[in-house]
Ligand binder design. Structure first.
Ligand code: XUL
Ligand code: CO
Length: 441
């Protein structure tokens, strides 16, 4: 059965195409900076937003019109797999991602849930044989079911810790079975509502223990995926322990986990933490911890995780700048952890949304590569810090000085001269590059 029979394969038609079912910038074989776009832009479809979610929000019921809705239970899960692989094929997307709960319904007990998962995983594996689309990552949904109300690995209830561990164990086995490139931990409820009833030290220690057990088990079964922590400051908890990359990095170092994990950075989580997307990418990159990206965007007027499809070209350009400087994302990718708006309830909106997201990152890649080729930001930064390449600056960075010597130097200074940061000039130049790239120059 075909679910998207009005839509055929999406092809690249170039910037002037008016065909809504064509890529304007994403040209998979085009070489940018020595790599094809396909190699750089390892896009993934998020199963939960695209095939499982129904558009409901805290104030209203679902709105999405989906042909698989006529089924229920395991039949619906199977219909979603069929629809998903047709969608992947038509979009030409190299990867997908899922939570356990997205692909199969929970059973009456854990054993039944495992059985449901096994059946759907076998079906997915079968579909993957004839498909170009691979699994970027899978993860355990340890936040939706009421049992996780006080957390999962950081729950006050040891039974919940054990249950969560079992779900991660199963997730690692599924990841191995399907050849996942990464395994993600998003601690949706790994945080607290209030400190008044929270043993923060025990919760953090337990989280550390939990991650070590996962690392050990993956090793034991020979699942060599890259482990990723996905920071988020809040929502649904008041405070989430993996607040942002810097906090997550300190946590990993405290618990001796830093060599086993990298970060999966989500744009809207960065903005919720009061950072720009590129701040989180930069912080991870300079610490060798940039693993993968959840490519979406938030709404600056709203204070929650709106998970919009990424269309802000300024943001995709600065994000791709970090990714290129990182030498790409390695085994990671760009997962559209994004949902069509509640009012975009028709099936075709799923295509428009993904095409817009893929084109936005492709355009960002092109502009960012040009900025790098022409050393626009490199030159700005090199000039701005030139005082550290000679004289006292060089002595500072080479560790050849101390407070006494610096005092002596400072006492001898006649005047201190600063230079303009030229921020407006830099921004104007970036705009020029954005517009030139779109004009095909
Ligand atoms: C929630 C979120 C999750 C993770 C995976 O904000 O981003 O969907 O990406 O659990
Ligand atoms: Co995410």
């Amino acid at each position: 059965m075909s679910y998207f029979n009005n839509i055929s394969k999406i092809n690249y038609e170039g910037a002037t195409s008016s065909n809504p079912y064509a890529f304007k910038f994403y040209n998979p074989e085009e070489v940018i900076g020595g790599k094809t776009m396909k190699e750089y832009l390892r896009y993934a479809v998020a199963y939960w937003h695209t095939f499982t979610a129904d558009g409901s929000d805290p104030f209203g019921a679902g709105t999405m019109i989906r042909p698989w809705d006529k089924f229920s239970g395991m039949d619906m899960a199977k219909a979603r797999v069929e629809a998903a692989f047709e969608f992947f094929e038509k979009l030409g997307v190299p990867f997908f991602c899922f939570h356990d709960a997205d692909i199969a319904p929970e059973g009456c007990n854990l054993r039944e849930t495992y059985n449901n998962l096994d059946e759907i995983v076998a079906m997915i594996k079968d579909y993957m044989k004839d498909s170009q689309t691979k699994l970027l990552w899978n993860t355990a949904n340890n936040f939706t079911n009421p049992r996780f109300t006080h957390g999962a690995a950081s729950s006050n209830n040891a039974d919940v810790f054990a249950y969560s561990a079992a779900k991660v164990k199963k997730g690692l086995e599924i990841g191995k079975e399907l050849g996942a490139e990464n395994y993600v931990f998003w601690g949706g409820r790994e945080g607290y509502e209030t400190l008044l009833n929270t043993d923060m030290k025990l919760e953090l220690d337990n989280l550390g223990r939990f991650f070590h057990m996962a690392v050990d088990y993956a090793k034991e079964i020979g699942f060599d995926a890259q482990f990723l922590i996905e920071p988020k400051p809040k929502e649904p908890t008041t405070h989430q322990y993996d607040f942002d990359v810097a906090t997550g990095h300190a946590f990993l170092q405290n618990y001796g986990l830093q060599d086993h994990f990298k970060f999966n950075i989500e744009a809207n989580h960065a903005t919720l933490a009061g950072h720009t997307f590129e701040h989180e990418l930069r912080y991870a990159r300079i610490n060798g911890m940039l693993g993968s990206v959840d490519a979406n965007q938030g709404d600056p007027l709203l204070g929650w995780d709106t998970d919009e499809f990424p269309t802000d070209l300024y943001s995709t350009t600065l994000a791709m700048y970090e990714i290129i400087k990182n030498g790409g994302l390695g085994r990671g990718g760009l997962n559209f952890d994004a949902k069509v708006r509640r009012g975009s309830f028709e099936l075709e909106d799923l295509f428009h949304a993904h095409i817009a997201g893929m084109d936005s990152f492709a355009a960002g890649l092109k502009v960012a590569q040009k900025l790098i080729d022409d050393r626009i930001l490199d030159d700005v930064i090199e000039n701005r810090y030139s005082s550290y390449t000679e004289g006292i600056g060089l002595e500072i960075v080479e560790g050849n000085t101390d407070l006494r010597k610096l005092e002596e130097y400072a006492l001898g200074l006649k005047e201190i001269k600063n230079q303009s940061g030229r921020l407006e000039k830099v921004k104007g130049t970036i705009n020029q590059y954005l517009l030139r790239a779109y004009a095909g120059e």
